[in-house]
Ligand binder design. Structure first.
Ligand code: 4NP
Length: 148
């Protein structure tokens, strides 16, 4: 799960997907295309909305997306077009580019909708982001949980 800062959107997506898959089979992680907040906890508003939904994301720390992530992960979900271009710019070949997907295309196929960045907004932005990520992760988890 990748966003810009790895403190608002992708930590939520990370925690939500982790809560829906078998952790012994599927490894979920998140990162930011920037290193602005590297080493930091998720934003307190993301921690709060996750907690309200019985998900603890306080074990997470922000880190920057690196090109090795293409080798270590099968699927890379990004939140918006800007993340998409930043991640794709680090890909070495088509196989790596094909791993990258806008997360809302799971919910709204081919529409290329973006998860809005809630960083500069109010608390309601985080509730809205939680809801769209929860629906998308439900679809992702239902596909992943069919793998042996
Ligand atoms: P995120 O939100 O990409 O969802 O983690 C942001 C967090 C921090 C900044 C931008 C977006 N920032 O510019 O510091």
């Amino acid at each position: 799960m990748v966003c810009l800062g790895n403190i608002c959107r992708s930590p939520l997506a990370h925690g939500i997907l982790e809560s829906k898959v078998e952790e012994s089979k599927i490894f979920v992680d998140s990162a930011g295309t920037s290193g602005y907040h590297a080493g930091e906890l998720p934003d307190s508003r993301s921690i709060a909305v996750a907690k309200k939904n019985n998900i603890d994301i306080t074990n997470q720390r922000s880190r920057k997306f690196v090109s090795d992530d293409f080798d270590n992960f099968d699927l890379i979900y990004v939140m918006d077009e800007s993340n998409y271009h930043n991640v794709i710019s680090l890909a070495k070949n088509k196989e790596q580019r094909d791993k990258v997907h806008l997360i809302l295309n799971e919910l709204y196929p081919f529409e290329n909708k973006e998860v809005p960045d809630p960083y500069y907004g109010g608390k309601s932005g985080f509730d809205n982001v939680f809801e769209m990520l929860d629906k998308s992760c439900e679809i992702i988890a239902s596909k992943l949980n069919t793998y042996e």
